[in-house]
Design a binder for this molecule. Structure first.
Ligand code: FEO
Ligand code: CA
Ligand code: CA
Ligand code: CA
Length: 500
């Protein structure tokens, strides 16, 4: 593949200092506009924007660069801010519907005007995909015993991050699906997948690709092997969980457009063995061999469907390396190396996390061997802790948001970091690996899902769970975005402008 060169040049902003201010604080010369906040109407039908927005992905119109669709994930809800109370002793059926409606994703239309970017609620595309929307399963688990025979399943939820396909659709990742499926009495084997949606086509059958495995999916990043197969890198965001990649059986053909989605239905799923620097294929044959006659394991693993449904267990059995909570993975557009945010792991004292840089043999995403290095380590020296979503800019900088949990920020070791932030880390040159703070989140919020417009003049960013430690509605710990008359905080997507 041909890689572009970073434009480089000096850092374009004056870094900010950590702060605990209840606002989205930006460097001098930058400003933000709220595009959509929880509860806002997104279309003429009256659909509303879900809770706890996360991943955002911009799809510009081909013929109009200042207009496009924005896919937004909605990860989970807050009982207090959605129902006005904490719920004890189970949800009512009405509350279950509300909980499921406010998760999943939103497709909103955005347009640039003189003041920046705003939502256009007249959009013919704006709609919701929720925990109530029917999804088709594809791949080895479809209709199998491992998913209790299901071919169509109810809804998507716990949507954390995601990625774009080469054919211009969105992949969105079901991460911590356990609590919602339990509270809503839904079959847990139906969740923990990567879903695909076409924002421009409301008639497109939304689907879950079981060939990509079932685990606590953070995001996807897609590339091509040297022989043109689709490769999808993925992390399982749990303590001591693994890094995966899927390689399609068949080859990518750009002319096939959205039909390339089929490539995600058949292929091989691999887990990374960091100790040996190799990818291990997760096949039923390999799992059965590794089970060495263990009757319980042989009962559990009878088909490839059992392997994808019980992915983590199969991965560990075959030598997959447990790692420190792999969050986003991104392929560098400049050299093809893969960056992995290992957010932290309290199980063995990795309190601030690190970013791993991963080199496939011969720089081929289809390779079975790799090397890796620690690219940047969290801590007071670098100034960031708990890296999560990653994004490249055209200058070769890696942008990372941080996810220090709200329960931790007042603990001594996290005190110097202030609120969560957004950092810019050069990937080459004299400042390689150094972090410069670009934004600071409102109180108890996490910044998630950063996404540039193609000209990098605007950055979409999710402000997730502001004020999440509130226990008294009359005294919320944050009131961001401080709308007049609004007494509670609202997760919202903003557009930041001021980029030169
Ligand atoms: Fe929902 Fe792994 O962050
Ligand atoms: Ca995340
Ligand atoms: Ca996180
Ligand atoms: Ca989060």
């Amino acid at each position: 593949p041909e890689y572009k060169r970073p434009k480089k040049g000096p850092l374009k902003f004056q870094p900010i200092e950590p702060t605990t201010k209840d606002d989205l604080v930006l460097p001098k010369g930058y400003k933000y506009e709220v595009i959509a906040a929880y509860g806002d109407k997104i279309n003429q039908k009256g659909d509303t924007f879900g809770y706890n927005n996360d991943f955002t992905l911009f799809f510009p119109y081909e013929d109009e660069k200042d207009r496009g669709l924005l896919w937004v994930n909605h990860e989970y809800i807050s009982d207090l801010f959605v129902f006005g109370q904490t719920i004890k002793g189970g949800y009512s059926s009405e509350q279950i519907k509300t909980m499921l409606y406010n998760q999943g994703g939103s497709i909103i239309e955005v347009v640039k005007d003189r003041n920046g970017w705003k939502m256009d609620t007249e959009s013919k595309y704006a709609r919701r995909v929720t925990g109530l929307t029917p999804f088709a399963l594809t791949g080895p688990a479809k209709g199998s015993k491992a998913v209790n025979g299901a071919e169509i399943v109810q809804g998507t939820f716990a949507n954390c991050s995601g990625g774009k396909t080469l054919w211009n659709t969105v992949l969105s990742c079901e991460e911590n699906y356990e609590s919602t499926s339990k509270s809503a009495n839904l079959d847990e084997t139906h969740y923990g997948w990567v879903i695909e949606v076409d924002p421009f086509d409301p008639a497109y059958q939304v689907r879950k690709h079981t060939a990509l495995g079932r685990f606590n999916h953070e995001n996807t990043c897609m590339g091509l092997s040297k022989d043109n197969r689709v490769v999808v890198y993925m992390g399982d965001d749990k303590r001591d969980a693994c890094v995966y990649k899927f390689i399609s059986k068949n080859k990518y053909n750009q002319k096939d457009g959205k039909k390339n989605s089929k490539l995600l239905e058949e292929g091989t799923l691999y887990v990374a063995n960091f100790g040996e620097g190799r990818w291990v294929a997760l096949t039923i044959e390999a799992v059965q061999k590794a089970a060495k006659g263990n009757a319980e394991l042989l009962k559990k693993f009878q088909t490839q469907a059992d392997v994808v449904v019980n992915c983590h267990e199969a991965a560990i059995l075959l030598g997959g390396t447990p790692t420190d909570r792999p969050e986003d993975l991104e392929i560098s557009p400049f050299d093809g190396s893969i960056f992995i945010a290992h957010t932290n792991n309290s199980n063995h004292g990795n309190f601030h996390g690190h970013i791993t840089r991963f080199f496939e043999k011969d720089n081929d995403h289809g390779s079975m061997e790799f090397q890796f290095a620690i690219f940047a380590a969290g801590g007071i020296q670098s100034g960031f802790s708990a890296p999560d979503n990653l994004l490249f800019d055209e200058d070769g900088n890696l942008w990372t948001v941080t996810d220090i949990s709200s329960g931790s920020v007042n603990t001594k070791i996290w005190e110097p970091f202030g609120n969560n932030g957004l950092f810019v880390i050069p990937t080459e040159g004299k400042n390689e690996g150094e972090a410069f703070q670009f934004a600071s989140a409102p109180v108890q919020a996490e910044l998630t899902g950063p996404c540039f417009t193609p000209d990098e003049k605007a950055l979409f960013l999710s402000i997730q769970h502001p004020g999440e430690e509130t226990d008294d509605l009359a005294n919320p710990t944050s009131k961001w975005p401080h709308r007049s008359g609004d007494k509670m905080p609202r997760p919202a997507v903003v557009a930041i402008t001021g980029f030169k």
